[in-house]
Design a protein around this ligand. Sequence first.
Ligand code: ADP
Length: 308
Amino acid sequence: KRVADRYLKREVLGEGTYGVVFKAIDTKANRLITGQTVAIKKIRLGQYKEGVNFTALREIKLLKELKDPNIIELIDAFPHKGNLHLVFEFMESDLEAVIRDRNIVLSPADTKSYLQMTLKGLAYCHKKWVVHRDMKPNNLLIASDGQLKLADFGLARIFGSPDRKFTHQVFARWYRAPELLYGSKQYGAGVDVWAAGCIFAELLLRRPFLQGSSDIDQLGKIFAALGTPKPSQWPDMVYLPDYVEYQYVPVPPLRTLFPTASDDALDLLSKMFIYDPKARITVQQALEHRYFSSVPAPTKPSLLPRPP
Ligand code: ADP
């Protein structure tokens, strides 16, 4: 079946936050390389308020301009039968599959490489004032050459927070920054740094770091692991819409939670987990942290371990 006279529809790849994703062959990809494989994300537009469609299409034009080795390329976008179709380059795997695969050993150099590629993709988007807001390991796709590419950039902002509409998306909560959990509406790039910190921790632990079962429980898990923030540490906290006081937990040493991590890794991680988003390390500063210049050097993407 043809879509928009250009894409040959193949099998369904999965059901995502915003709709179904299917594999397709792009028949007009290139005169030399015929039949490039793509992934098409079909977004049901009906569920969104009127007017959102126009905004969405304008925003999507901006997403098409985002081009970086660590960002998944949005090849095409078009409405078709009441659905918005977003065409992306096809990816072999994702970071969640890598972390979950018990046959894969991740060396400190491999972890460093995956984190560096994640931060490079984020740095590019933050420079263009685009915040991801929905970072999680299954949004970090892995290309056949080993490059990690951020997916779903800007979609959360265009189509709204997935958590509110789809209950199956519970795991996105585990990567949510405390300011979002406290209902902040003026959040910034810091939410992506927090999520990247959670992903860094997950690479080190080989399991999700903070697995809350509700937003309240998520904050409880964060505070139990990292200590309850004092208003002096994060002055804006008490003014956030959903602020509630939690029972005081002193700051436990991060070292006890990550016994095998290097001192440099722990120092960077602690700076990504600073409560006050204004004081939290930026993506650019994180990339300049000595963790990335000290040994071991990050593994070359083509040499990274991947699922079969
Ligand atoms: P979610 O919203 O839960 O992050 P997505 O909508 O991104 O999920 O993706 C749904 C499914 O489609 C996933 O199983 C994912 O592996 C697959 N998928 C998404 N994008 C691509 C892509 N570019 N290439 C290959 N598979 C993809």
